[in-house]
Ligand binder design. Sequence first.
Ligand SMILES: [Zn+2]
Length: 306
Amino acid sequence: MTDTLKKFLSEDRSIRVCSVHLESVWQQSVASHNYHTAVQKVLGELLAAATLLASSLKFDGSLLLQIQGTGPIRLLVVECRADMSFRTTVKMSDQAIDDDHQTFKDLINPDGLGRFVVVLKPPEDNPDRQSYQGVIALEGSTIAQVLEFYMLQSEQLETRLWLASNDQQCVGLMLQKMPEYGGVVDKASAEYIESDHWALATHLCETLSQDDLLTLDQDTRLHRLFWQTPVLNLEDTQVTWRCGCSRGRVIGMLQMLGQVEVESICAEQGRVTVSCEFCDTPYEFEPADVAMLFTPTGIDSGTTLH
Ligand SMILES: [Zn+2]
C-alpha cells in the first residue's frame, strides 16, 4: 500500500519502527516544479524523514524541517502536520548544478556552513502557543545522518534512518530505541543487561539496499525484516499532500507589508501577483482589489475569502 505510514513496536517495547512509502502524493507535490533529479532526491529523502519524525512526536501542530545550504540548494523545507498532510518547497541559489553536484555535501554543504533547523509550530487554530525552534550545524553526509545526529543531540533518542527517493517515490524506514525499555536488570548479579534486539534490528535493516527500498513494496520489505519479531500496536496512517495556502492568508500578508509598499508594486506592475512558494498557485490583485485591502471596511484577512 502506498502513501501510507506504518508504525509498530517490538513486543518488548524496546524498539519503535516507522515505515513510509509515498508515491502519488510525492508525484503530486513536485508536479508543478521542474526540479533537477539530484534536488528531487534530497527533497524526497527529507520528506520521508519528516513524516517518520512527525509520526513519532506527540503534538498537534506541525513539524517543519529546514535545511539551509550554501551550495546550489539554498533552502529545503518540509512541513508535516499532525494529520500527516505535508507540503514542501525548495529555493535554489544562482550556482548551477553540474555533474560535480550530485552528493548531499556538494549540493548543500560544500563549506560546512549549512544549518539544520527544526520548528514545532502550534496548531493554526491556537496561534498563541509558543513555537519551538532548534538550530544545529549539518553533521553528516546524508539526510539520514543529519537527522540521526539531531535526534541523538537534541532528543537524546537513538534513531536510525534508511531513506531513498527518485522521481516516482520516496521511502523511509526509522528505528528508535525506546530508552525506558532498553534492557533488563539481571536478578542474580544486579547488573543492567541491554537488550540485544536493537543490535539485531539495526543489523537487519542495514542489509537493505537503495534498490530494496525503491523496488520492494512496503509490506514485503517489512515482512522480510521483521517476520521473526513479534510486534504491537500496528497502525497505518494515510499521508496526504495539502498546501493550505488561501487568498485570505495572502491578503493578510499584503496588509502586513503595508499600503505604501503594496500600492507601489501595483503602480509599477499594473497589478499585484503573489505566487505561493509551496504550490505555485498565483493570487492576483487588480488595482481595485488593492484599494479595498486598505480601506477600513475593506476585505478582512480572516475567514471570509478563500
Ligand atoms: Zn500553496
